[in-house]
Design a protein around this ligand. Structure first.
Ligand code: K7E
Ligand code: CUA
Length: 630
């Protein structure tokens, strides 16, 4: 097929995409009040019913997209349990109001969280940390799963639109990160958009994770051609040394007014780019490349033998490594097939220098040498997950379905359609999907959650904006079964599901728990509470305990700089206190044993009440005091 023909095919598929999406939007009537046949519904209800007081089997962590949050649900009940604010202030937990979290958020009040990733040990979820990317502002964050709180946000220099993150290597040595929308390199430099093909660059990043405390730092960056780097994954088993990312717009075209959806869909194939992170680490250690914006930056020529392209049709999105690490599964949004690559064939092609061309010093592995099979899964394949029993599950955005298909081995000359085992329609336009322990080397093979973009007509109307849906699917049989519709805040992309007993949370911050760094401003009795003035600076050490905030009167002068450190000295679970100061936009929530600080300028004169926002006892209303600003 020539390029001209494929370009037109691409346009036709784009039009089909639009048409089918429209049918999905308008073609379904509301099913309110409808009750379909009995026994299936009864068994689905039983399968998801968690009796009051009983616990779910799994935690589901699903990203909140541009809400900047992560949501936590239980599986199989699909009940939303908790929201973890990451890139966005969240008054419910006081996140973004105290000095520490405010500093972590920096000047941003939102982020676009896409891909949560549980930390791993030997390619198994270990329940220690959860990482997530900010697709808008080039950041990654770490949540501690002992207390479900965001502990670090790292801004990655030079990366623009950090989408191919945060996939973890075998032992969480690194998490991936990559430029989604190429920009001039280094960041902060101005080049006109007419110089896109020559002066704009993508960046692939290895973010290093400290094995002791999870602290993230930028390990190395690799400058790559101005494509859009999309999804990623890290290898396991035979592919354990490699990171993979898909990319599109290998046309390198951003032509003003010409529509990227058209210009970036001309070529028959774009690529998966693969980087040997162990070799990249060595090269960085030996001083290859140069320091830019405080980061070790290398070019492909600096890491020969550690970076390759694999051709993949067409406008690729997801790339997923199988649990055994041998098969690399790539999907193109405009291709009706999903492609399986063989790591053994990839290694052989690398050893034989079996390249079809070299692009910007990056060898392109010969497609037919590394491809195992193209599976005719259906329209608009995006992401793939696994059940650990030799099957794969791919989301079909255009078809609004999940397709189950068989992983290799395949018989020579077999009709590939025979390996497409079953399909289940979802409601509707699925993006990611997630299987239980699905990114580990031993998925559980029982549950799958479809994360759908649109859910028209399946819940009580809440106006023109419709919640997304997450559908729980039973994947134990050949035919999948939908068990439950859950509706979610905007806007889930990826999710991960971990066995509940792998997560060990704390009940309170114990006064002397060595795990948590000691807060130097903590006071543990009402007697130690104090107000200290040094010139224009006033420092308050406050104690919160049922049902008293001490000191209960703070006197300052207009213009003073005030810092209040509040310690909640309770040692009982869920005995939270808050500190709200009226008209000063101050809202702290302090967990048992925790100390939080807030610094502000007393720029309004008058009398301002402060009080506890968290209902804490029968005398919660009495937990109140005054800030007097003279
Ligand atoms: Cu497919 Cu950001 Cu992973 Cu959305 S991405 S769906
Ligand atoms: Cu403390 Cu309400």
């Amino acid at each position: 097929m020539n390029d001209q023909f494929n370009w037109k095919m691409g346009l036709i598929i784009l039009m089909v995409v639009g048409a089918i999406t429209l049918i999905s939007c308008d073609g379904k009537k509301s099913s309110r009040g409808r009750r379909a046949g009995g026994s299936d519904q009864a068994s689905a209800a039983l399968a998801t019913y968690i009796a009051p007081g009983d616990l779910d089997e799994y935690y589901l962590f699903y990203s909140g997209g541009h809400s900047g949050n992560i949501f936590v649900a239980g599986v199989p009940s699909m009940r939303h349990i908790s929201t973890i604010p990451v890139f966005t202030p969240y008054p419910g937990t006081g996140y973004g109001f105290d000095d520490e979290s405010k500093k972590m958020l920096g000047k941003f009040t939102w982020g676009d969280s896409h891909h949560p990733a549980l930390s791993e040990t030997k390619s198994e979820y270990d329940g220690r940390w959860l990482f997530i990317n900010d697709n808008a502002n080039g950041r990654v964050a770490r949540i501690d799963l002992r207390d479900f709180k965001t502990k670090q946000i790292l801004k990655i220099p030079n990366v623009s639109g950090n989408h191919g993150a945060t996939f973890v290597t075998e032992n969480t040595e690194y998490i991936t990160s990559a430029t989604r929308m190429s920009t001039p390199f280094p960041s902060g430099v101005y080049k006109d958009i007419t110089q896109y093909a020559t002066d704009y660059k993508g960046v692939l990043v290895g973010v290093k994770v400290d094995p002791k405390d999870g602290e993230m730092s930028v390990g190395w960056e690799i400058i790559v051609p101005p494509f859009n780097y999309d999804l990623g994954d890290a290898g396991k088993g035979p592919s354990v040394d490699w990171m993979f990312w898909t990319c599109y717009n290998s046309e390198r075209e951003f032509i003003e007014g010409a529509k990227l959806e058209v210009t970036a869909s001309q070529r028959d194939k774009d690529y998966i780019v693969m980087v040997n992170w162990k070799k990249a680490e060595q090269a960085a250690k030996s001083g290859k490349g140069k320091m830019v914006n405080g980061t070790r930056v290398m070019y492909p020529a600096d890491i020969k033998g550690a970076i390759y392209f694999i051709p993949l049709a067409k406008s690729p999105h997801g790339v997923d490594v199988t649990p055994d690490g041998r098969w690399i599964v790539g999907s193109g949004k405009l291709s009706p097939t999903t492609t399986v690559f063989d790591m053994e064939k990839i290694n052989k092609a690398i050893a034989d220098e079996d390249f079809s061309e070299v692009v910007d010093d990056i060898p392109v592995l010969t497609y037919t040498s590394v491809r195992e099979a193209e599976i005719p899964v259906g329209l608009g394949p995006l992401h793939t997950q696994f059940d650990g029993k030799g099957n794969a599950y791919t989301s079909l955005f255009v078809e609004s379905a999940v397709v189950k298909w068989k992983l290799p081995p395949y018989e020579a000359g077999a009709d590939m359609n025979t390996y497409v085992l079953s399909k289940i329609p979802v409601a509707y336009n699925i993006g990611h999907l997630c299987t239980a322990e699905g990114d580990s080397k031993t998925p559980d093979g029982n549950y799958l959650v479809a994360l759908n973009k649109l859910s028209k007509g399946r819940h009580l109307s809440v106006g023109p904006s419709i919640p997304e849906s997450a559908q729980l699917i039973d994947i134990t049989g050949t035919n999948m079964k939908i068990l439950y519709d859950a509706f979610t805040e905007p806007e889930p992309h990826y999710a991960q599901m971990i066995k509940a007993d792998k997560i060990k949370t704390v009940e309170v911050y114990k006064k002397d728990d060595p795990y948590w760094p000691k807060n130097p401003h903590a006071v543990w009795s009402v007697e130690e509470a104090s107000v200290t003035r040094k010139g224009r600076n006033v420092e308050v050490k406050m104690v919160a305990v049922r049902s008293f905030l001490g000191p209960d009167v703070i006197r300052v002068n207009k213009g003073d700089n005030v810092t209040i450190h509040v310690t909640n000295i309770e040692q009982i679970r869920d005995e939270l206190h808050g500190l709200a100061i009226n008209d000063y936009n101050i809202n702290l929530v302090i967990d048992p044993g925790e100390t939080k600080s807030v610094t502000f300028k007393a720029d309004k004169a008058g009398v301002f009440a402060f009080y506890c926002t968290n209902f804490c006892s029968a005398l919660h209303q009495e937990m109140q005091g005054y800030l007097l600003v003279k």
